[in-house]
Design a protein around this ligand. Structure first.
Ligand SMILES: [Zn+2]
Ligand SMILES: [Zn+2]
Length: 79
């Protein structure tokens, strides 16, 4: 599959300090063995100001909630 440029950022998993967590995570949400990860604390979606009239950010403990708000934001502000 060819790489398509993403129009909008995806929901990110983040650590407590706000940095993106790209570590392997087990199905119970804990860092996989051997991963140098302080542990994910939640999920963030940030809509960059250049893609959006109003900078928009949502942060929550569950991906489902953030994805829902992300979809809602993209539907209501970008289409
Ligand atoms: Zn991590
Ligand atoms: Zn936006």
């Amino acid at each position: 599959m060819a790489d398509k440029p993403k129009r909008f950022p995806a929901t990110r998993r983040v650590h407590e300090d706000g940095s993106t967590c790209t570590h392997k995570i087990t199905s119970n949400g804990k860092p996989a063995e051997g991963q140098d990860c302080p542990g994910p604390t939640g999920y963030v979606f940030t809509c960059p100001p250049d893609g959006c009239a109003d900078a928009y950010e949502v942060k929550a403990g569950t991906r489902a909630y953030v994805d829902e708000r992300r979809r809602y934001h993209l539907r209501s502000s970008h289409f």
